[in-house]
Structures are given as C-alpha cells and as structure tokens.
Write a protein of this length. Structure first.
Length: 238
C-alpha cells in the first residue's frame, strides 16, 4: 500500500513538472500557441437623410427653405447718350437705356445687401438707384428701390441699401469662412441666372485658391471653383 501511494505521488509530481515546463516554454515563445479572436460588428440601418442631419449637414432643399428669402434679384438701369452725338435733330436717337440683372444677398437687418460691382456698373458708369426684388411666399415677390452705397470694380463687390420699413422682416445670410473651404465639399447656389428668378443649383467645391479677373482687369485671388451651374446673375452660396 505504501509502495502504491509512492508511485501515485511520483506520477502526480511528474505531471506537474511537465505542465510547468510547457507553461514556461509557451511564455517565452518557444512553444507556439494558437489563438483566435472573433470580432462581432453590429450593423445599423440609417438613411442618408438621417445621417446628414446627425452630422449637422443640410440638404439642398433645406438650405433653399432656410436661405432663399435672404437672396434678392437686382435690376439696374443704365442711361446712355451715345445715340445723339452731333447728328441733326431728325436723326437723333435720344438717350439709350440698358438693363442689367443680377443677384445679391442680405447681410444686415439694417437693409444692406451685397452684390457684384458689374451688376451696378457698366462702361465706367455706376447707377445711383436699383430695383431690389425680395422673394415672398410661393410665387409672391416684393419690389423696392435701393441706393448703391458704393462699388469696387477691382474686387467686383458692391453694397446696396434698402429701407427695412418697406421690406418687412429681413433675413441676413451668415457669412462663412472661405479659408476653411475644402475641395469636395457640397455647394448650393441660389440666385437669378439668366433672369430665372430664385433658382437653385448644387455641386461640389472643385478647387480653391483660383485667380479670377475683375471687371477692370485686375486679379481677384483666392477664388473658389465649383462645378455647380453658375450662369450670369447667379451667385454661389456654399
């Protein structure tokens, strides 16, 4: 009986020693140990619109509903006496008028509106007054007179002032940081291209730091290029 117990004790001691040796070999990397890792990914179904709203982005429709009332149509009328000259009276053509259409947007509740200088200037002549059309509800629109505060043909920027009391509630647009614009970002343009008032078009920022030419031939640096359809009379609103 004593001999059997001794044998069992020796066996258990040998097994323990073997396990200890195997454990040490595994720790130091001599004995390869195979391990498997399973990763479970849970998919959540989210719509594009939901994702856009969660990220703070707005759809083109939402931007139009929010900002279209801050965009205006500008009608400038130029008068020229080029038809008279030294011609005798029967052949005198009298003063000639020319009309320019463009877009602008409200920047202040005091009635200040930004637009392009080439909308209110032509052949070195800057008009004193313009007609400003505000978008109303549905197809309604409100037309008021505006005064050209100043125009800079080098930067192609002009400032117009209207009487807020004749307009009602003004909806200024927030100015963004053009230095933060990156290629690939979405762009929405709201304006009056070719006389089609209060139209919207969309695209992306194609490039930044482009050079543009102003009406007087000067270079406007840091321009933003976009593939959104920008026709005559349509400003871009990123």
């Amino acid at each position: 009986m004593q001999s059997l117990r001794s044998r069992i004790g020796l066996f258990l001691c040998g097994v323990g020693t073997a396990l200890l040796v195997l454990l040490i070999l595994a720790i130091v990397g001599i004995l390869p140990v195979k391990s498997e890792k399973t990763t479970v990914i849970e998919r959540q179904a989210t719509s594009t619109s939901t994702t856009a709203l969660q990220s703070g982005a707005l759809t083109a429709q939402q931007i139009y509903q929010r900002d279209a009332r801050g965009v205006v149509e500008i009608e400038a009328t130029f008068t020229s006496d080029s038809g008279q000259g030294d011609l005798p009276f029967p052949f005198s053509l009298g003063p000639q008028t020319e009309q320019a259409l463009g877009s602008g947007f409200v920047v202040s509740r005091d009635g200040y509106i930004l637009t392009n200088a080439h909308v209110v200037s032509s052949n070195g002549q800057t008009v004193k007054t313009v007609q400003v059309v505000f978008k109303g509800m549905g197809s309604q629109a409100k037309r008021v007179s505006g005064t050209v505060v100043g125009a800079d043909n080098t930067s192609d920027v002009a400032l117009i002032k209207v009487d807020p009391g004749k307009v009602g509630t003004l909806d200024p647009l927030l100015l963004g940081d053009s230095a933060a614009v990156q290629p690939g970002e979405p762009v929405v343009a709201i304006g009056n291209p070719l006389g089609y008032d209060f139209s919207i078009t969309a695209g992306i920022v194609s490039a930044v730091n482009r050079n543009l030419q102003s009406p007087n031939g000067s270079t406007i640096s840091n321009g933003i290029q976009t593939d959104a359809a920008i026709n005559e009379g349509n400003p871009a609103v990123p």
